[in-house]
Design a protein. Structure first.
Length: 84
């Protein structure tokens, strides 16, 4: 069966041999497309990360602010109770 991945005599080419067989122009095109795909993935991940991260940080900030206010109110009530 001849086709992609076949050698001159119908022998299959090893994966590492395919890389060696690439011409310089093919390697450059592969590098450019690899970096373009990688840059696109990083951009998509950064966009998703920004949306989730800021909301989570805001939620945690509000939680801790509420926790501190409750602790201060508990301390004030305890002091008032002990002074009686």
């Amino acid at each position: 069966m001849k086709g992609e991945g076949s050698g001159l005599r119908g022998q299959s080419i090893q994966p590492w041999a395919k890389v060696i067989a690439l011409s310089t122009a093919e390697r450059q095109r592969a590098d450019v497309s690899h970096w373009a795909r990688r840059k696109q993935r990083e951009k998509e991940n950064a966009m998703m990360g920004d949306g989730m991260g800021s909301g989570m940080m805001l939620g945690m900030g509000l939680f801790w602010l509420l926790a501190v206010v409750v602790l201060i109110l508990i301390a004030a009530a305890l002091i008032k109770y002990l002074r009686k």
